[in-house]
Design a protein around this ligand. Structure first.
Ligand SMILES: [Fe+2]
Ligand SMILES: [Fe+2]
Length: 372
């Protein structure tokens, strides 16, 4: 990555590393001072307050065994052009830096949608440029913020078709376009930007609910027809593939028929963006994991929250990175996943497949700070 695209946080970490490497040159008196500081940092860690720089060590230690593998997940960056607001650009840069520091590298990185804020070609182009600096191969998924200005023209030009599948190490992966909306704009004579802003205002009640849609379901049915029922399946969708809270479009309107198409498989994992928070659910054979945003956390919906969800604490409003982050999935041989939420400025949270299956075993511990 060029210097121009190194985030403030990474520059801070590099400076810290240089300082620690320079410890050998300290006098005894200086060394004792630094030792005391390190001991204090260790004590803070024991109390559950861990600066971000410790997290990568923990993540690097948790390598999957056997035939499993690992991929990383970055989502919901909502970037504006840098000259308008560079905070969300910096959020994406930080995630890219985090993932590029993983050793060994993940097999691939899934980008979970909402790369842009208002679907503008310049926003998508900046996002694409930053994602090109990832060392691992990138797979893209679309979100509603990427799509409703030009109905996907620029996104397709940059990234290809929004629905596709691929096989990787014995797992069938499907990337869905789950944010299809029925035409609410033509009759109301909305301009492209008015349409985009209507979709971007999730709770305005002026749009149609998300769905995979008739064409999408037909594509999915055809795609899955060639996959044996014993093959593990992982599905990526932008919206949760179940009905959580319609008023905020935390919702997929045709969730039931989509779930029905997945019923023949013994094990299915669905991983989604859009809700910008830790979310856990299981419906029959399907495990669901909602992922973090690099831009901001949404509050939890006032109703409809799945019982399995262990809520992350409400973030600190004075810390723009709190409640944000990226994530890692350790895929077991059976293709169920341990989802590692790498919350920036907090300890990581792991939601294991065993917890999703039982609701009891390996219950994720609560996060390390009180809510605000
Ligand atoms: Fe989003
Ligand atoms: Fe979204």
């Amino acid at each position: 990555m060029s210097r121009k695209y190194t985030s403030v946080e990474t520059r801070y970490l590099e400076e810290r590393e240089r300082t620690l490497r320079g410890l050998g040159g300290l006098s005894r008196r200086g060394f004792l001072k630094v030792s005391a500081a390190a001991a204090a940092a260790g004590a803070a860690l024991v109390n559950g307050v861990s600066p971000h720089s410790f997290m990568t060590v923990r993540v690097a230690d948790a390598q999957p065994a056997g035939k499993g593998f690992r991929f990383a997940y970055i989502s919901d960056s909502h970037i504006y052009e840098e000259k308008v607001n560079d905070r969300f650009v910096r959020g994406l840069l930080r995630a890219v830096d985090d993932v590029n520091r993983m050793s060994p590298q993940p097999d691939f990185v899934l980008y979970g949608g909402d790369l842009a804020q208002l679907g503008q070609p310049s926003e998508l182009a900046v996002g694409a440029q930053i994602l090109k600096t990832l060392k691992a191969p990138v797979r893209m998924m679309v979100g509603e913020h990427d799509w409703y200005l030009d109905l996907g023209d620029k996104w397709r030009e940059l990234f290809g078709q929004p629905m596709y599948s691929f096989d990787h190490k014995g797992v069938h992966f499907v990337v869905l376009m789950s944010v299809v909306e029925k035409d609410f704009w033509t009759a109301r004579k909305l301009s492209p930007m008015e349409r985009m802003k209507t979709v971007a205002g999730l709770d305005n009640g002026a749009q149609s609910p998300f769905e995979v849609g008739v064409e999408g379901r037909a594509w999915l049915e055809k795609d899955l027809a060639k996959v044996p029922a014993t093959m593990p399946v992982i599905v990526f969708s932008h919206s949760p593939l179940y009905k959580l809270y319609k008023k905020w479009n935390f919702w997929t309107d045709d969730a039931e028929p989509v779930q029905a198409l997945l019923k023949k498989f013994k094990r299915v994992t669905v991983i989604h963006g859009h809700t910008h928070q830790i979310l856990t659910n299981r419906i029959g054979n399907i495990h669901f994991h909602g992922m973090l945003s690099t831009a901001w956390p949404w509050p939890y919906a006032p109703e409809g929250l799945p019982e399995l969800t262990i809520q992350m604490d409400r973030p600190d409003p004075f810390d723009p990175n709190d409640g944000c982050g990226d994530g890692t999935f350790d895929v077991s041989e059976g293709a169920l996943v341990d989802s590692i939420y790498r919350l920036w400025n907090r300890n990581p949270v792991t939601v294991k497949a065993s917890y999703v299956a039982t609701g009891k075993t390996d219950r994720p511990r609560s996060n390390n700070r009180r809510g605000y």
